[in-house]
Design a protein around this ligand. Structure first.
Ligand code: BTN
Length: 268
């Protein structure tokens, strides 16, 4: 993949992430770039203005018009745990939530949706795609890809995008994407440090404290069947623990909606 980068120094005080970030005006996918290029140090951040082949979960395409969303990936080569990918998704979701909370100062309502979305006023604001490269059976590197909808206008979210939103669509004003990025990177750096220092429990606890559907009645669709129950907890691998009438079930890939709501509460 041919790519031209600028470097940006965001002048942040970071412990894990590299202070100089890579910036591409256009790239296929920031995640794919890191999975195919081994030459960058741990904690390198790659930001793109536009992706021609942005990747979403479950093989979907992640499309954003040029210069409107915050599209970036973080490369990790020094891994806290070489077997356990899920924790990085929760870590990134918590970091995006906290970074945006600080920026918004209560002006909007954020939430987390299991397993990897950040919601704004109940609609999908941010998607996270964590991918890894294996050497043998072990992960040798992880890429945390994050797409945050910043400046798309409200009328962008129609048709199949109607369950999404952006900061602009909710606040009615455009925002400086780099200012948003700075807040999110500071939070990401802090949580990466906490992961290395204290392990994943701190991340799971913070995620659970934020996610408003914990303890609530939800519907879980695993693609085969819809289960109704209470979202009790996260398993120690990050699975959704659902208490149904007869027993507890743990899901690792599924779509969750609040049971009582008839309208949209989140999307994948
Ligand atoms: C999802 O499906 O919810 C996850 C979307 C993740 C999109 C981001 S944008 C930056 C990074 N590069 C990619 O190709 N995908 C992720």
């Amino acid at each position: 993949m041919q790519s031209d980068f600028n470097t940006l120094n965001l002048l942040l005080d970071l412990k894990i992430l590299q202070p100089q970030i890579l910036h591409a005006e256009q790239i296929n996918s920031t995640n794919t770039y890191f999975l195919q290029n081994r030459s960058h140090p741990n904690g390198t951040v790659l930001l793109a203005d536009y992706q021609t082949g942005g990747k979403g979960r479950h093989g979907r395409v992640w499309h954003s018009p040029p210069e409107q969303a915050l599209l970036f990936s973080v490369l990790l080569t020094e891994l806290y745990n070489r077997a356990f990918l899920h924790v990085y998704t929760f870590l990134a979701a918590v970091a995006v939530y906290e970074g945006l909370e600080l920026l918004g100062r209560g002006a909007f309502k954020l939430d987390l949706k299991w397993p990897n979305d950040v919601l704004l006023e109940g609609r999908k604001l941010c998607g996270i795609l964590v991918q890894n490269r294996l050497v043998g059976n072990e992960m040798s590197q992880i890429v945390i890809g994050t797409g945050i909808n910043v400046n798309q206008p409200a009328n962008f979210f129609i048709g199949e995008l109607s369950q999404g939103t952006s900061l602009n669509a909710v606040l009615g004003k455009s925002m400086d994407r780099i200012e948003v990025l700075k807040q999110v990177l500071v939070a990401l750096d802090r949580w990466l440090f906490i992961l290395g220092d204290s392990g994943e429990t701190a991340i799971f606890n913070r995620w659970k404290a934020i996610c408003s559907s914990i303890g609530k009645k939800v519907l879980v669709n695993d693609g085969q069947q819809i289960y109704a129950g209470t979202f009790k907890d996260l398993s120690n691998q990050g699975g959704l623990v659902l208490e149904t009438e007869d027993r507890c079930r743990v899901f690792y890939a599924a779509d969750v909606t609040l049971a009582k709501e008839t309208s949209y509460v989140g999307c994948d």
